[in-house]
Every structure is written in C-alpha cells, then in structure tokens.
Design a protein around this ligand. Structure first.
Ligand code: HPA
Length: 244
C-alpha cells in the first residue's frame, strides 16, 4: 500500500507522534510546494506529510501553490490524500471541536490556479467533479470513527471562501442559505486538482470556531481555545483509520 498523503491545516505544523525518516525537496513544473515533504511512519504506517501553509504557517490561503503541492505528493508516490482543514461551523451540528467529513462543496474562491489542464502545460480537459470527494476514502474515515467510537459528522457541504479575512455575518447567512455546513479557505482548488491527476482525496474539517454571526465573542480566542482539542480527536480518528 502506498503512503497516505496528509495535508496539514493552519493549526497543524506537524503530526503528533509522526516518526520522520527523511524529507524531500520536490521542485515541480508549477514551482515549489508549500513545504518539504516529510516521509515517515505514523502508528506504524507509511505517511507523507505536507504543511499546506508552509513551515511556520507563513503562506496565506490564496497564495498557496496548490498545483505544486498535489503534483509533488503524486510524484512522491501518494495515491490517496487526506486533507485536514480548520473550518468555521455553520450547521447546527457543527459546533466547535467537532470533526466533519464533507460530501460536497461549493467553491466561492477566485483568482486561484484551478487546473493542470489549462491548454498551456497540458491539453484542455473538463473533469467530472460530482461528487468532489472520493467516496471510498470518505466511507473509510466514517467507518474508522464508528470503530473508535468518535462522534463525527459524516456529511455536509464545505463552503470554500477566498479569505484571508474572516466573513461578515451576512456572508455566513448566505452560505447557510446555500446549504453549507462548514466554511474554510483552503479546500479549493486542492480537491479538484487531486481529481484531475487521479489522486483519491477526502477532507476532514476540524471545526475550530463558530462562523461569523453564529457564535458570540472573539473568533480568534475561540480558535485558540479549541484547536488543540480538535487536533487530538482527529489524531484518534487517524490512528483507527491507519489501523484499518
Ligand atoms: N471562516 C473561514 N475559514 C475558517 C474559519 C471561518 O470561520 N475558521 C477556520 N477557518
């Protein structure tokens, strides 16, 4: 089985318990990925980790080189990617600290390099993108959560916004009307680029705050108070997933 690729979120510089054996510096036809790829073992299974926002969390969501990241992971032999995204909760069930495995998304981003098939590097192609996440990988995540008795939310629409600012309350109301359960800034074009190159891709959203206008108080303080707990639960899920 090839190594599982894990793309770490803004609250995740590295993976607790990860035993790194080497790092590789991939340069790609699209430029440099966000960080070096960390190759190693997690709970005894091969994993390749990439910090989406770079070492030290220095790359803003709209400036991430998503094409280089996906290309580098595939070049390193990755066939399946688990993307971890810190997100805001919109749906009633999506309270802070919960994990959501979305089954659909709406892309509200703009101006990002969205495709490998732009007619310049490679011929034009219109990939199918419904559903946007790999269903088998999603089901395996949901099964791991049941086996480990971890309560997750097994579906929901991931609204992907441009950032880097947080939303207005009116924008979140609009996303809610659109049916979004969670909101984040980095789920696209990552998901479609994985689809274009045939890498199975699923997302685990860690709800680190209630989206604007839903919670009361400072979003940043809520994120600080919640993120460690969310990551700890995610790591339990990952342990079971890798054992399965
Ligand atoms: N909005 C957008 N992206 C986010 C949020 C949010 O509330 N929280 C974490 N990432």
């Amino acid at each position: 089985m090839s190594a599982l690729g894990i793309i770490g979120s803004s609250s995740m510089d590295d993976l607790p318990g990860f035993k790194q054996s080497r790092a590789s510096n991939e340069s790609t036809p699209y430029g440099d990925p966000s960080s070096r790829l960390a190759h190693g073992q997690l709970y005894g299974k091969p994993v390749i980790f990439l910090a989406r926002h770079g070492d030290g969390q220095s790359i803003a969501p709209h400036l991430i080189n998503y094409r280089a990241n996906l290309w580098a992971l595939q070049y390193a032999g990755v066939e399946r990617v688990l993307a971890v995204n810190a997100v805001g909760g919109i749906g009633e069930r999506c309270v802070s600290g919960s994990l959501v495995i979305p089954d659909d998304l709406i892309d509200y981003t703009h101006g990002r390099e969205q495709t490998f098939f732009d007619g310049a590097g490679q011929d034009l192609r219109h990939v199918e993108f419904s559903p946007p996440y790999d269903e088998e990988l999603r089901q395996r995540l949901c099964a791991a959560s049941s086996a480990a008795r971890i309560g997750i939310i097994p579906d929901g629409i991931h609204g992907v916004v441009q950032g880097p600012r947080l939303e207005t309350a009116a924008e979140i109301k609009r996303l809610k009307r659109d049916g979004c359960a969670i909101v984040g800034m980095t789920g696209m074009p990552e998901a479609v680029l994985a689809r274009e190159i045939g890498v199975a891709y699923a997302c685990c959203g860690i709800v680190v705050n209630q989206a604007a206008g839903i919670g009361s108080g400072s979003i940043h303080m809520e994120i600080e108070a919640t993120k460690a707990e969310g990551i700890a639960v995610f790591m339990q899920l990952l342990r079971q997933f890798l054992a399965g």
